[in-house]
Write a protein that binds this ligand. Structure first.
Ligand SMILES: NC(=O)c1ccc[n+]([C@@H]2O[C@H](COP(=O)([O-])OP(=O)(O)OC[C@H]3O[C@@H](n4cnc5c(N)ncnc54)[C@H](OP(=O)(O)O)[C@@H]3O)[C@@H](O)[C@H]2O)c1
Length: 216
């Protein structure tokens, strides 16, 4: 079975993704800068299915077959750069959004290469960076009884990477993968997260993206 590591996995985003990956049967390492925090957090997550979640350092998480980056945007590049050797040749999934709060809204920032996924791809030239999971509310992801029925927009310049991530997402409960295209879509996908969160703040909701008009 494919193993999946989550860098920054102790935060709400990483926990939700880890829980649904393990519920799809993947063995997950919840990565952290603090091994003890990772272990304590992993023990609180109870997947349904054959997968397991264990805590570890970010270094142990980076040794997995596929790696998800779930740190804040302003530490993502430094985190993956330090793990570049372990990440060589692997699919690295970016769910990172560069956003800043302004009053009741979240507004998008535009990193130097236009998106966080492109920045990570530049930092990891020998990995296949794939964007996914950007629009999902962590609270709904972490509650397996939330009734979540969301789409996950997947993009990458690596066709093989997109295919792998689409298969992984489609195995996760409550999620449907929508293959969108290349890395050139990254800034639009990431910036739209600001729209989603601002809507949720304004409407006191946990809405998510579900595209109409696609055949399954
Ligand atoms: N929250 C959501 O609903 C959601 C949904 C989709 C995508 N995202 C994206 O997912 C990412 C994580 O979101 P989050 O809400 O889970 O963030 P978070 O709670 O602020 O951070 C996640 C984890 O990153 C680690 N971290 C914090 N500062 C760090 C630093 N300076 N260097 C390295 N690691 C650091 C921490 O783990 P340790 O202290 O254990 O190392 C923390 O638990 C963000 O980029 C966000 O845009 C979030």
């Amino acid at each position: 079975m494919t193993t999946v590591g989550v860098l920054g996995g102790t935060g709400p985003a990483g926990r939700g993704v880890a829980l649904r990956l393990a519920s799809a049967g993947f063995d997950v390492v919840l990565g952290s800068r603090d091994e003890t925090r990772a272990g304590v957090t992993a023990a609180t997550l109870l997947p349904r299915g054959d997968g397991v979640i264990r805590g570890g350092t970010n270094e142990v998480a980076a040794d997995c077959d596929v790696v998800v980056v779930a740190t804040p945007w302003d530490s993502a590049v430094a985190t993956v750069k330090a793990l570049r050797d372990a990440l060589r040749g692997k699919v690295v999934i970016s769910m990172v959004n560069a956003l800043v709060r302004e009053g009741k809204e979240l507004v998008p920032l535009y990193p130097s290469r236009g998106s966080m996924a492109a920045q990570l791809a530049f930092a990891l030239p020998e990995s296949s960076v794939v964007g996914a999971f950007h629009h999902l509310p962590a609270s709904e992801m972490e509650d397996l009884d939330s009734g979540l029925d969301a789409d996950v927009v997947v993009f990458s310049d690596s066709a093989a990477g997109r295919t792998l991530v689409v298969e992984m997402v489609n195995a996760m409960p409550g999620l449907r993968a929508v293959e969108a295209g290349s890395m050139s879509l990254a800034s639009a996908v990431e910036a739209f997260t600001a729209v989603c969160i601002s809507i949720n703040i304004r409407h006191k909701a946990h809405s998510y993206v579900k595209l109409a008009g696609l055949s399954d």
